[in-house]
Design a protein around this ligand. Sequence first.
Ligand SMILES: NC(=O)C1=CN([C@@H]2O[C@H](COP(=O)(O)OP(=O)(O)OC[C@H]3O[C@@H](n4cnc5c(N)ncnc54)[C@H](OP(=O)(O)O)[C@@H]3O)[C@@H](O)[C@H]2O)C=CC1
Ligand SMILES: O=C1O[C@H](COP(=O)(O)O)[C@@H](O)[C@H](O)[C@H]1O
Length: 512
Amino acid sequence: MESSTFVLFGATGDLAKRKIYPALYNLFADGKLSGPLSVIGLGRRELSNETFQAQVLDSLRTFSRRPVKESAGLQNFLRAFEYSVLDVGRPEDYTKLLGHVRRREQQLNIPGNRMFYLSVGPEFFGPIAGNIQASGLGDTTGWKRLIIEKPFGRDLQSARELNNSLNAAFKEEEIFRIDHFLGKPMVQNLEVLKYSNPVLRALWQNRYIANVQITAAETVGVEERAGYYDKAGALRDMFQNHMLQLLMMMAMQLPKGSTPEDVRSKKRHVIQSLRPLLKEEVTQHVVRGQYGAGEIKGNKVPAYTAEPGIEASSQNETYIAARLWIDDPMWNEVPFYIRTGKRMKEKSTRIVIEFKEPFNDFHNKNRGEVPLDPNLLVIEIGPGEGISLQLNTKNPRQHGQLEPVSIKHDSANSDLPEAYENLIYDALLGDATFFAHWDEVELSWQWVQPIIEATEEGTLPLHTYASGSYGPDAADELLGEDHWWLDEVTPAEQSKQNSFRGFEADVIRPGA
Ligand SMILES: NC(=O)C1=CN([C@@H]2O[C@H](COP(=O)(O)OP(=O)(O)OC[C@H]3O[C@@H](n4cnc5c(N)ncnc54)[C@H](OP(=O)(O)O)[C@@H]3O)[C@@H](O)[C@H]2O)C=CC1
Ligand SMILES: O=C1O[C@H](COP(=O)(O)O)[C@@H](O)[C@H](O)[C@H]1O
């Protein structure tokens, strides 16, 4: 990796402290940062280099995955950090910054490679990009790259406007849009899982798959982010970006040995093939919910509208579920069910693939036989990582009665790189495989736009669900004869319950 200058806008902010400094430190400690490191932190408040370095150290002590021990290496790492005051709207601050960057490049013998990381509000992205261009910071003998954080716009039009303002200063291949779900090790593993396992590769198509469920359930509520979250909601905060990215990653079909361009073109194909939603039909395919009061792991929690900073009349959604179809021969007639929500029963991000009953179900039932439990492939993305496959087997103690068993692999190593480590490392290498391309972002907004409009026009109802549940009952109805696979029990345990109760008759209800 060539060395570079890491110019961090928003260096005094929450994201920098919780994610960016620990990621840089862990990359450094893992020996992944070759050559001298130079980080120039920016913000409006006045800080000396020493105070800034002390703040960085504080963040490492609190958030780093790797232990932070007093050593010459740690001191070297901290010395790489310097600070400059910069107000986004003041052109003269960029001229001063250019002098600072050049001075450090000379001192440390760093080629003119510049990484600009915008860890600031999205309203600043356009002005910063413009000032980088105007000040000459972008005219360099090496490469220049821009990392930006979500949200990329509030809707289709604002996303396009934002993109146009970035494109005035950076080319598409220089822009790295972070979607931290793409940095999660299991998400990066999805494609390898498919192409390195002939069994899965053979089954990964509509002929064998009954449905795909993508869940991102959280136990936390709005936390201290009322100002942002009450305007964003689950649709903009999670669905338009993370959930649709998971769908693309799951559904794309890549040839072995594919390039980053192949990945992007296959992802684009998936999102382009999503059956468009008609505004008049949104209610049939989408469910919005908002958490009421309830209990999570024995603790009573307030309703969303009783949270600090949220108006009692708020109609913002904290939960969203949708049924989607991919109009592609590979996925024809396979429903994709997506749900994400706050204050749910447990924290779990997972993909469940339910396989079709290979035998003639109708025939079995006519002979009075209990239908087989479905085979399930469960890919746990977080907080723990794992893969499990549910199969049916005879239980010799129960007169050979068929029972589902789950073969499970939990990732043994809990000390896995964090998403931000993976992504910052890739961006420094110039590898855009796990970043969101503009085409994906635009097409995602295009798909969700009718939901935004139906919500604004008040035609999409808002259901209340109890905190500590799996979301509103309406989300069960969305699935028709299918049902969500519960998260609090393993699929095998759940199936066992199903078969005792009679699988067909019992539609599992969230949190039941
Ligand atoms: N925090 C998180 O977990 C996540 C955050 N994000 C996104 O990351 C970005 C940063 O978020 P976060 O760190 O939480 O935000 P914070 O509010 O904690 O920090 C904002 C930063 O921006 C700086 N800033 C604000 N106004 C100006 C200005 N006019 N000129 C220069 N600097 C300014 C602040 O420094 P100062 O006050 O010194 O000027 C501060 O360093 C946002 O886009 C957010 O949506 C995305 C995913 C998760
Ligand atoms: O981007 C976001 O993601 C988090 C969930 O991320 P995870 O890695 O903890 O699963 C979510 O809480 C937050 O609202 C959203 O902005």
